[in-house]
Design a protein around this ligand. Sequence first.
Ligand SMILES: [Zn+2]
Length: 200
Amino acid sequence: MVDVQRDFCPGGALAIKDGDRVVPKLNRVIRAFLMASLPVFFVRDWHPRNHMSFKDQGGIWPPHCVKGTPGAEFHPRLKVPLGAVVISKGTEARSEAYSGFQGTDLEKRLKKAGVREIFLGGLATDYCVKETSLDALDAGLKVNVLEDCIKGVNLRADDSELALQKIVTKGARLATSSDAVRLVTHAVKTPSSRSKRPRL
Ligand SMILES: [Zn+2]
């Protein structure tokens, strides 16, 4: 789950059109993964007040997701389970981190949990979803981008489309939340099939 935070949703400081629409579908995926005892990781933007990406610091974005502020909270309807693994990125004033892997221990945690394949959704398609997906591929993971669970900023109209093209060219697959739910639900019913690579 990438950056499903108030500031990226309508009414937020860096609102993405329809950003909150990803929430119900992501919740279905979260629920299915929990039922199957599969790990879910929540990545969040978590900036200091003087983060270099902010306009008043010479960056391109309005101040957003300042750590500890309401705007940095997960969307109130996102079902973040108690004790969920939360990965904070962009925590250093002087470095940008669109990817959940950048400057975090996400890769280590995924490996420790035995994760070889991920299903990824959230905000925004053309920045943090894109960069997180690319880094996940670089880390050797099989990556499925949940295309009905992402929304883009689209500074240029086709940014999201180009981002998805790039991710797919590098080896990711596009899937839907229903695909993900079906797959992990099936995996629970037939534990012996878990060792095989699930197919979409
Ligand atoms: Zn940010």
